[in-house]
Design a protein around this ligand. Structure first.
Ligand SMILES: [Fe+2]
Ligand SMILES: [Fe+2]
Length: 249
């Protein structure tokens, strides 16, 4: 099975149509089984941006599309519009896999939160799928990523979230938000973060990108630059680390 994760489309002033067009061409040629969109589909959560986002995302020829909301989508009471334009099933079952989406965005706030009730729901939901691989998708992070400054990028209840994910034997958590592709492995949990597909605002990694996730016996994520190379996440991490420890003259 092949998943493609795209994130942070940001329809609005920062949207780069040429990048998005290229990504549509590339991803349609890959023919993913599932397309997961991890939030910030719009820049300001306003209706014209939602209309653009719907039109744009409809261009992906993938039968199963999964949408998470991002903090930008919830600006300007956009949470009401998100439901109208992108309501999707929160639990998607396959023979040996389940994908669950979590809403971390809150109206007119940049920081994210899962909340106790949603965490209890997540734990109860995942407990029904003990024998399947488990993927949880959300906009904000549960583990910070480097090169992104000091902003709060994890959910406010990241400790509680990690405990639920680890004790529920989640295999993979997918996030977007910080426009910085990265992976971490934590207590058996693989945390994969997507860059931005089509926004001008890249961070730490200065290209638009998306993730291709091959799921067989193992889960193998790789990074694809829009219109460019495929990159092994381990290479990306090593290069970024070497760059970060160079002393300035
Ligand atoms: Fe974003
Ligand atoms: Fe965001």
């Amino acid at each position: 099975m092949r998943l493609v994760q795209i994130s942070d489309i940001h329809c609005g002033p920062q949207f780069q149509k040429s990048k998005f067009d290229k990504a549509v061409e590339e991803i349609n040629s890959i023919k993913p089984d599932v397309l997961i969109v991890t939030g910030d589909l719009t820049e300001n959560g306003i209706i014209s941006e939602y209309e653009d986002a719907r039109r744009n995302l409809d261009r992906f020829e993938c039968e199963i599309k999964v949408y998470c909301s991002g903090n930008h989508d919830y600006k300007s009471t956009g949470y009401l519009l998100f439901k109208r334009f992108f309501e999707s099933k929160r639990v998607i079952e396959f023979d040996d896999l389940v994908i669950v989406t979590i809403s971390t965005a809150r109206p007119d706030r940049d920081e994210g939160e899962i909340g106790h009730r949603q965490l209890v729901w997540l734990q109860r939901t995942l407990s029904k799928y003990k024998s399947k691989k488990k993927i949880v998708a959300m906009h904000h992070h549960v583990i910070p990523v480097p090169d992104t400054g000091t902003d709060i990028i994890t959910v406010l209840d990241a400790g509680d979230a990690l405990r639920t994910l680890v004790y529920s034997d989640v295999d993979l958590v997918l996030s977007g938000h910080r426009h910085r592709p990265w992976i971490w492995r934590f207590e058996g949990l693989l945390a994969v973060h997507a860059g931005t597909l089509s926004s001008e605002r890249t961070r730490g990694f200065f290209a638009n990108s998306y993730n291709i996730i091959q799921i067989d016996d193992k889960i193998k994520p790789s990074l694809k630059v829009v219109g460019g190379e495929s990159i092994d996440f381990e290479d990306l991490r090593r290069k970024a680390f070497e760059e970060s420890i160079k002393l300035e003259d």
